[in-house]
Design a protein around this ligand. Structure first.
Ligand SMILES: C[S@@+](CC[C@H](N)C(=O)[O-])C[C@H]1O[C@@H](n2cnc3c(N)ncnc32)[C@H](O)[C@@H]1O
Length: 429
């Protein structure tokens, strides 16, 4: 499949006559007027006054709007110059030792696990991996030495890319979004971004089905740590209170090996639990729990959270713990995270609740995609999809990425504490 090469110049200038036109362009850029109001911290009514020319925005309000829409504030004020913010992130400098380490590490793994990777695709994969690692180093300030598990995980993901062009889509998306000053909402690159999202989901399914994924679920185990149990019980208590019902239909999106569902099924008989999981391997683990009477039979179905296989208004609570970040947040495109939000809105009953646990950060890690979120971005995403913010909590989880007490996890996999945000949102009645 041949993709048109990205054309960075196509997105540089957007001369628009009146301030109202430019404000409308900003609203388009973030997915609508309501989203722009939420993202810029301006009331909708006030924003409409600015857009209708009934009031003139003061300079600090214009700055807020420009920052929310990621456009240049000079352009917003005058209509002259580049409409996008200057790209202030240069391409990272070349680090040959990292390229060699990745090449050798990947080669050893391919030999060890005998993966059918055509040499040309392998070469592309090394380049992609190198660029993705280098990008993480540049945005997080960390120097990375890829460990075996990380490479194995990436291999499971990249093995799903069937042609060179598909690996190239991953690279093009990284370049277009990070270095070319591209803002996704105006992109004729919509085709590229659509393909990218589909490949990410396919790759993610590959990873969680692969040997690396099996290792991951095995190490995660079925037991929740004491901290995780307290956290989960607190969330259930709060949802019962906010939804105002004694029995809840509870959906776990990206439920993994079913450990949260099994815990709830055992300890919270007033919850009717269902799960949706991308990985066939994880679904099989949940089915094993069903056979052992630890979960209702067939309560977990295989699927992609962008297209939920459930009728409308089916659930009181949608819970997504560390799964949403596998998809990118591309405001205004309707892709990735936005597609998931549409679906969550659809399957939730009026007055129902969305509980999200996401990694915290101001960057996106492009390997096996890790989208990070801030309080600001979570608020923008959810309010653009008509959710009311109940509260967003920051946590530096003591139980690490696995939410388990397992001491036998090697440090390379445990990898420090996970800074996360837990957001509680409500669908209005
Ligand atoms: C980091 S694990 C977390 C598992 C579980 N929520 C937990 O906390 O134990 C992420 C899970 O999300 C699933 N996932 C990723 N992308 C998905 C998608 N598009 N649709 C459904 N599940 C997805 C993965 O297969 C994986 O099991």
């Amino acid at each position: 499949m041949d993709l048109p090469p990205p054309d960075p110049t196509a997105f540089t200038y957007r001369p628009l006559g009146t301030l109202a036109d430019r404000l409308a362009a900003c609203a388009d850029a973030v997915g609508g007027k309501r989203a722009l109001a939420a993202a810029s911290g301006i009331s909708e009514a006030q924003l409409y006054r600015y857009m209708d020319g009934d009031a003139a925005p003061p300079i600090d309000r214009l700055n807020d709007i420009a920052a929310a829409a990621q456009v240049d504030n000079g352009w917003l004020l005058t209509g002259r110059g580049a409409w996008q913010m200057a790209v202030d992130r240069p391409m990272p400098t070349f680090r040959p030792d990292l390229l060699v380490a990745l090449h050798d590490g990947l080669h050893d793994l391919l030999v060890e696990y005998d993966r059918p990777f055509p040499p040309k695709v392998k070469a592309r994969a090394v380049t992609y991996l190198y660029e993705a690692f280098r990008h993480i180093e540049a945005t997080t300030g960390e120097i990375i030495s890829p460990d075996k598990f990380q490479l194995l995980k990436t291999l499971g993901f990249l093995a799903e890319m069937r042609t060179e062009a598909e690996v190239d889509v991953l690279r093009q998306a990284l370049h277009a979004l990070e270095y070319k000053g591209l803002t996704p909402h105006y992109a004729p690159h919509q085709q590229l971004l659509t393909l990218w999202c589909n490949l990410l989901v396919r790759g993610m399914r590959g990873y969680y089905n692969s040997y690396a994924g099996q290792l991951y679920f095995e190490r995660m185990g079925q037991k929740l740590s004491a901290d995780a149990i307290v956290e989960l019980h607190g969330l259930v208590t709060e949802t019962l209170k906010v939804v105002g019902k004694t029995n809840l239909d509870w959906l776990d999106l990206g439920c993994g090996n079913g450990r949260h569902l099994a815990h709830l099924h055992k300890h919270m008989p007033n919850l009717r639990v269902r799960g949706l999981e991308l990985s066939d391997h994880a679904v099989a683990l949940c089915q094993d729990l069903g056979k052992a009477n630890k979960l209702p039979a067939d309560c977990v179905v295989q699927g992609d959270m962008r297209q939920l296989p459930f009728p409308d208004a089916q659930f009181d609570v949608v819970f997504a713990r560390l799964s949403l970040h596998s998809l990118p947040y591309l405001p205004g495109t309707g892709l990735g995270v936005e597609a998931v939000m549409e679906e969550i809105q659809r399957v939730l009953r009026p007055g129902g609740m969305l509980v999200l646990v996401v990694p915290e950060g101001e960057y996106r890690k492009y390997i096996v995609l890790d989208e990070c979120f801030t309080t600001h971005s979570l608020t923008s995403i959810t309010s653009a999809h008509d959710f009311q913010n109940i509260r967003i909590l920051e946590s530096n989880a003591q139980h690490g990425h696995f939410g388990t007490n397992a001491q036998n996890i090697p440090a390379t996999i445990r990898r420090g504490q996970l800074a996360s945000l837990t957001g509680l949102f409500r669908k209005p009645h």
